[in-house]
Design a protein around this ligand. Structure first.
Ligand code: HEM
Length: 144
């Protein structure tokens, strides 16, 4: 494995950690947002926090994670035939859907449209943990 490949992999993991920092936190903010929906000053602060988390941290980290991951697939296309990479990329598609749903939720909550309950936000908040476990086990243990 070339050192260039290892540098790409190292920053791929760094970007993935930054993305997950946001993925783990965004629905936690939505829980507080639903709880405090009758407090205009708190809501105004949460709207700013949610927007900055998604635009300044999650979106750039997601783009860098995918760009560097795709670069490694370009450098090692044989990985695309590995069942563990299929599981990983499947879980990544679900992560992208989760990110997209968080973006939709952010915009609707910012308009005062609380279409999700506090309990629903808490349950949804558990999804990234399950996907992280599936991805890391797939790519490190290389199963299946
Ligand atoms: C479209 C998105 C992604 C693509 C195309 C991708 C692709 C890759 C590739 C090709 C490797 C190198 C495998 C190797 O040579 O051993 C890799 C390594 C890795 N990826 Fe991703 N990845 C993506 C997203 C993610 C995400 C979301 C995570 C979050 C958990 C992640 C975690 C890792 C880890 C921990 C490694 C290092 C594994 C090792 O040390 O061998 N990747 N990724």
């Amino acid at each position: 494995m070339s050192s260039a490949y290892l540098w790409v992999k190292a920053f791929h993991v760094v970007a993935m950690v930054a993305w997950f920092a946001g993925l783990f936190y965004i629905f936690r903010l939505f829980v507080y947002h639903v709880q405090q929906r009758h407090e205009p000053a708190v809501v105004a602060t949460l709207v700013i926090m949610e927007r900055r988390l998604m635009r300044a941290i999650m979106a750039p980290a997601m783009i860098v994670t995918i760009a560097l991951g795709s670069t490694m697939l370009f450098m090692q296309p044989a990985l695309l035939r590995m069942p563990w990479m299929h599981l990983k990329l499947g879980a990544v598609v679900l992560l992208l859907a989760y990110h997209g749903f968080a973006s939709v939720t952010r915009k609707r909550f910012a308009r005062g449209d609380y279409f999700l309950s506090e309990t629903a936000c808490r349950a949804i908040n558990e999804v990234p943990t399950l996907l992280l476990i599936a991805i890391v086990v797939a790519v490190i243990v290389r199963v299946p």
